[in-house]
Design a protein around this ligand. Structure first.
Ligand code: 4AD
Ligand code: MG
Length: 460
């Protein structure tokens, strides 16, 4: 494509020669002598200022170009007299590619995030969402780089599945579109039927299949979409979210926590080094202290606390929690945030949870009461990672399935890995949206995924 990205133009690429940039107008202003267009093409937060002079043949048209219009500008990069920018583009030709009138909903003013959610098709053209989705893309690439550097195999696990990995009954059911049936009266689509005669759902996790691959490739990871039919309308839960799930053979809970810590610190370092402009924006407009916090995490080692101790600390707390605190009950977000924000003041692993509140596949500890589970809690977000060492002992695993109402026959392939060449192994899941919330300071999961799927929010 014969164009210079605005990020490069702003960095002075082209060295005073002629460049062509293409983008969308953020603001336009007609001055006494010249017209100004602030142009953005998504490559950077900063706009490129275009200066158009009356001598241009279509100057009258340029003066009518509105916010949101798409334009192509050929011109020369010159030193800018304006504050806050090194270069501006002196236009030799401005071509209006796609006009936009005053009905364009993203006129230059502050919009609430709630409003912007209703225009998810346009919000990536705003400053905040431009920054969010650049950071998201950059982090996805960093995830792959982290595992590639360490020799982990990337595996794609199924999205259509019959296993409910977490055992929480949160599968969306998959049905076959029956084109032979009459459409609903309203003209809608009839979604009745099932998956070619069998019940199937959308994966809540790729872990069980990931474990199979770890028993062949030693170190693997997944990175894909997962789905949960939990009707919890919170700022941290989405029905469709992305998860990164590494799994290591010949590894225990300590190895698992060590990998999780190294991974999160790597991702912190990554945004500090590669997303400076966007991070500075979040630090200024969304979450003061963000950059200092990420720098702190990048250079620290994380605390670790037994579940039992966490319960003790919560019981001693002077704040009144909404949900009860008692050995044997799961931690709620308010408890998690108290532990990481008030008790520790940074990331903390809580390990060895009671068996009855955790999934069937977690390895039973010698005390007979707890399992080798770990949750990593971080300030503002709460649980960002959930993981465990897996039960590699056939008999104990079958017994646990039966206790939790899972038919061992339905997971025969999973059990097979415990019959032949079973090894200690461990892994975890990092919620990608929670990671982005943590590293941008954005407080609602709906604002870190391009098209959020949450209860009452799946329009497009
Ligand atoms: O704790 P979870 O449910 O663990 C698992 O799914 C395991 N199979 C992971 C593993 O050991 N391989 O989910 C893992 C993480 C959570 O810590 C959270 O960050 C995120 O996934 N998560 C969600 N993110 C957004 N919306 C939801 N509804 C989420 N549920 C979990
Ligand atoms: Mg969890």
């Amino acid at each position: 494509v014969a164009r210079t990205r605005i990020r490069s133009a702003l960095a002075g690429e082209g060295g005073g020669g002629e460049v062509t940039v293409k983008g969308w107008v953020r603001t336009s202003r007609v001055g006494k002598e010249v017209a100004f267009l602030a142009l953005n093409d998504g490559s950077s937060l900063a706009n490129l200022q275009v200066v158009a002079e009356p001598a241009l043949p279509n100057y009258a048209e340029i003066c009518t170009v509105g916010t949101g219009a798409a334009v192509a500008v050929r011109g020369r990069l010159v030193d800018s007299p304006a504050a806050g920018q090194r270069y501006e583009l002196r236009a030799a030709a401005v071509e209006l590619l796609g006009p936009a009138d005053e009905s364009y909903p993203l006129q230059k003013k502050r919009h609430t995030f709630e409003y912007l959610r209703t225009i998810a098709h346009l919000r990536p053209r705003s400053n905040t969402f431009g920054a969010v989705f650049r950071v998201r893309s950059s982090l996805a690439q960093a995830v792959h780089r982290f595992f590639a550097e360490r020799g982990f195999l990337y595996v794609n696990t199924p999205i259509i599945t019959t296993n409910d990995c977490e055992g929480a009954g949160e599968l969306f059911r998959v049905t076959t579109l029956d084109l032979a049936r009459p459409k609903f009266a309203g003209g809608g689509v009839d979604f009745s039927g099932d998956f070619f005669g069998e019940a199937a759902g959308l994966a809540v996790s790729g872990q069980l299949e990931g474990e199979l691959f770890a028993q062949a490739f030693s170190d693997i990871y997944t990175f894909g979409p997962t789905f949960r039919a939990e009707n919890s309308n919170t700022p941290r839960h989405a029905a469709e979210f992305w998860m990164i799930e590494p799994e290591m053979a010949f590894a225990d809970l300590r190895d698992d926590a060590a990998l999780a810590e190294e991974f999160l610190r790597y991702l912190c370092r990554h945004v500090l080094d590669h997303c400076q402009e966007d991070l500075a924006f979040f630090n200024e407009h969304i979450d003061p202290g963000l950059v200092a916090r990420i720098e702190g995490v990048a250079g620290s080692s994380f605390a670790m606390m037994e579940y039992g101790e966490a319960i003790e600390r919560l019981r001693q707390a002077s704040v009144a929690f909404e949900y009860p605190v008692e050995w044997g009950l799961d931690l709620q977000t308010e408890h998690e945030r108290y532990l990481t924000e008030q008790v520790v003041g940074g990331p903390v692993f809580v390990v060895n949870y009671p068996q009855q509140i955790k999934a069937f596949y977690m390895r039973q500890n010698d005390d007979g009461k707890t399992v080798a589970a770990m949750d990593l809690l971080v300030p503002k977000v709460g649980e960002i990672i959930g993981g465990s060492q897996r039960e590699e002992r056939y008999d104990l695993l079958v017994a646990r399935m039966e206790e939790t109402g899972i038919d061992p026959a339905s997971l025969w392939w999973y059990l097979d890995t415990r019959r032949w060449g079973s090894t200690p192994h461990a892994g975890f899941g990092l919620g990608f949206e929670r990671l982005i919330m943590y590293l941008t300071g954005m407080e609602n999961i709906r604002d870190v995924i391009p098209f959020p799927r949450t209860p009452r929010h799946a329009e497009f």
